[in-house]
Design a protein around this ligand. Sequence first.
Ligand code: F6R
Length: 614
Amino acid sequence: MCGIVGYVGNKSVVDILLDGLEQLEYRGYDSSGIAVMCEEDIKVYKAVGKLQNLRDKLKGHETEFNNSTMGIGHIRWATHGAPTLLNAHPHTCNCGNLVVVHNGIIENYKELRKSLEDAGCIFRSQTDTETIAHLVARKYAQCKDLTEAVRLASEEIEGAYALCVMHNDCKNKLVITKRNAPLLIGIGDSEYFAASDVPAIIKHTNKAVYLEDNQIATLTPDSMEIIDIDKNNITPKVEVLPWEPVALSKMGYKHFMLKEIHEQPDVIRNILVGRLHAPDEEIILNEVNLNKERLRHLNRIQIIACGTSLHAAMVGKYLIESFCGIAVDVEASSEYIYRKTVTDEHTLVIGVSQSGETADTLTAIRQAKAKGSHILIITNRPDSAMAREADSLIPVNAGIEVSVAATKSYIAQLMAFYLLSLYMAEIKDSIASSTLTSLKTELMILPQKIEQILAHKENIQTVARAYANTKDFIYIARGINYPTALEGALKLKEISYINATGYPAGELKHGPIAMLDETMPVLSILMNGSVYDKLLSNSEEAKARNARMIALTNSKDEKLNELFEHIIRVPDVQELFSPIIAVIPLQLIAYYIAEFLGKDVDQPRNLAKSVTVE
Ligand code: F6R
């Protein structure tokens, strides 16, 4: 989603801003802009489309900002108003003295706009952000103090925001604030950075302060002062950021997505470190802050998540119900927050989120927390807003995921559910110890099995190319792999824009079968286990309607050659672990089709990595 970078210090600012924005590009955006404090006044440059368009626009203007050492930058993912030059950030007040960049959504912007227009402000864009520029400028005209102006304005703003503000009167002062949107301050040597996410600044510093809601920071090259909305001084809590700059390199892969798919064996190994030493030893999950007695008597769990994380949650439900016999409800966060949910202090609520910033999930867990539920967060970002809300936190340590399409974070989330469900099963004594040992043995060898798939990915590439020109794609599965079908279809939709749908195979005959003919590819996730025969019958039904049949299977059955036009074989695995193995070829199919079609694999159109608006 949108991204913010700000800088005040002693170095040439334009490169820092552009480079920072480039590091946030992966989050998805459709226009960009910077504002630079130049000798005379603030200069603003914007461009629609890729950051390169902004770079091109800046060519020839170098002499204007040669000595500039303060500025703000933004990449915008359109919410209010189309991705046009006028709607791109930074936005200015009418006299151009004040500039602002903003992430989030101002919920009362219509009322604010109306009263600002009545007071004489002229709006040039359709954005909610422009109201902030006018509002802060008016406050500044009254108090002549930029920090106070931002504070007064934030008292009137409703909604979510991270803001960076500059004013022509304050040649080396940057004022920033936030509410329900991430914003951090990077601390350098006589310089400060502001950013909506770590990658924008990690090249320069790993010392940072996470601003908290309703705090306002005033940054100059030599000082950082933070107050809260009631003007109390805040002592900043300086943290050391965990990310290494090397994580943002493609390391020779054509796309981040391909690199991240290949990182998955190590992602599994990482999450097991310190938690599972040997098959005959107990799982250690100190992160779960529920005492054993409470865990033993837990009888209801709710899991809330969006998108790919929701699919991981669906597998999680299957595992917890199978291993622990506890009833689990899974729900899309965006649905959870707009109905009367029955949850209380006896319910464990699990929020799953790669970014830890997804607005719908954040709101959902806050609602559940307010009702007294214990909140367990599974996230790849232990530094996120969700992590800070958590009563228990399982960081999945997948490393930064740059590709918008989630791959390694999904595998890491699945692993968190394997560990959690087996951990709870041990406490509840709900599985025989010999079964537990065999499950843990298999868990530990999953990385090698994924490596086998990756070592023979040419066959998957061939299959992908054979279907690259299809308009539609159907994925069918049953049981624990139904979420895998949904995830495979989501990956294909996201990056190739092909209309793909995942179905529980038994549902095919209740409607979707009407769509089948010789133009429709149907991929059957045919993994050995309790539903193998049933799924085979459903595949026969599809074949009888002339669909083009593809099998993704760990079966050695030669007879499958008669039914399926293409077969992707994967290593054998116990049914309960098959979602881990089956999703890898589906990620690769989506990747190879999108790459073959020449799509922007890492930054698909209209999508954002971290969806910070509801
Ligand atoms: C799919 C994808 C999205 C996210 C969804 C939730 O590849 O990336 O569907 O899974 O936006 O995001 P998080 O997990 O950050 O809450």
